[in-house]
Ligand binder design. Structure first.
Ligand code: CA
Ligand code: CA
Ligand code: CA
Ligand code: CA
Length: 380
């Protein structure tokens, strides 16, 4: 083939070749994706968080500061662990176990002084056989007066170089839920419509069972909040804590609908973690996964040799997703998305698939938590 014929041949074959390549690629790609198995909704909603971590590790490499950069070490560290309404024996066992676990991790793993940890829990003697907490660590019955008293005291002793860690373990409710108490609804339908009034219940051992989901306990006939009050609303928790002076206040909230606390508690120096959104139940043990994460189970996703609070959150969220994924029959169609809000904008975001979460952008949720380590110090 002389040069001229060869040139003409390539000129003819080129467009045809590329069109064929293009069509083949388009035709093959869906069958490659689907060749393993059919994608389910779960697969789309819940990517493998370990794989995501690997991708993110690559992105994060080199972006975190060196260990010897300037760090701010918290002066004094305090904690408040509240167990509210448990209602039945099963939850009594679960919640007292989770509270003990929080206490153990804070004292043994992170060295908090036991005299600086306040545990509020109302014991129920007839269920002593399933009690999982050492009664000696309990400071007060879990009443609204005592909760308010503890935070009032902390207002007088904490300074802006201190850390306060607050864990709430309780059944929770939501005023939207109340209006529809007799109707079986898809909670997710209500997500994001308004910022909900959310609350956690308190135990009344003079009653066998206080049903916090009963309308009469919370709202009067006009739909206003009742003065009969056996729960702590989101705005009440904000009232109790807003004047506590601390460099950081960390909230870890297990109650159902706890995402509804975010808009009330959100503040520049607050790091808020919730078990679910304001429209979701919280059936997975977010709080126990979180304690496990703090206690060394969370992976060092960015290989900087230390575990950040952000890494603990991602580990926790991954396990909650996994738990919901693994229990599809019992909780068919239900979602639970643990939220984080650490940029003070009153909006919580979740780890997977939402644009508001980014550990590397200063104005996004996740940025501050990724720079707090061992509940002891943070990057400055
Ligand atoms: Ca109240
Ligand atoms: Ca709220
Ligand atoms: Ca790390
Ligand atoms: Ca936020």
């Amino acid at each position: 083939m002389d040069e001229k014929i060869k040139y003409n041949f390539i000129k003819k074959i080129n467009p045809f070749f590329f069109i064929l390549l293009f069509v083949t690629t388009i035709w093959l790609s869906p069958s490659i994706v689907n060749s393993k198995k059919c994608l389910t909704l779960y697969d789309l909603e819940i990517p493998n968080y370990r794989e995501l971590n690997i991708v993110k590790n690559e992105l994060n490499k080199g972006t975190m500061k060196d260990l010897n950069d300037t760090m701010f070490y918290y002066n004094e560290r305090y904690a408040v662990i509240v167990v509210g309404l448990y209602k039945d024996k099963l939850h009594y066992q679960w919640f007292t176990n989770a509270a003990q676990q929080q206490y153990t991790v804070l004292t043994e793993t992170y060295g908090l002084n036991s005299s600086k940890i306040y545990v509020l829990l109302t014991l129920r003697e007839e269920w002593a056989d399933v009690l999982k907490i050492n009664p000696a660590i309990i400071d007060y019955n879990s009443t609204e007066e005592n909760i308010s008293m503890v935070f009032n005291y902390l207002k007088t002793i904490l300074d802006d170089d201190d850390l306060l860690y607050i864990a709430v373990i309780s059944h929770g409710g939501d005023t939207h839920h109340l209006f529809f108490e007799n109707i079986k609804i898809d909670f997710d339908l209500w997500q994001g419509i308004v910022a909900h009034d959310t609350y956690f219940g308190l135990e009344d051992i003079t009653n066998d069972s206080i049903n916090i989901f009963k309308l009469k306990n919370i709202l009067d006939m006009n739909g206003n909040h009742s003065t009969i009050d056996n729960c702590v609303f989101d705005y009440e928790l904000n009232e109790y804590t807003k004047e506590v002076n601390a460099r950081r206040i960390i909230f870890v909230l297990q109650p159902c609908f706890s995402g509804g606390f975010v808009n009330d508690l959100s503040k520049e120096n607050h790091i808020i973690f919730t078990a679910s959104t304001e429209a979701q139940l919280a059936t997975a043990s977010f709080i126990e996964y979180f304690a496990d994460g703090l206690n060394g189970s969370a992976p060092d996703s960015n290989y900087d040799g230390r575990i950040s609070l952000g890494e603990v959150y991602e580990y926790t969220a991954g396990l909650v997703y996994q738990w919901i994924h693994d229990n599809p029959d019992e909780y068919k169609g239900r979602r639970e998305y643990p939220l984080i809000d650490d940029n003070g904008d009153k909006i919580g975001h979740r780890y997977h698939g939402w644009f508001g979460y980014n550990q590397n952008k200063a104005n996004k949720d996740g940025y501050t938590a990724a720079r707090i380590y061992n509940l002891s110090y943070e990057e400055i």
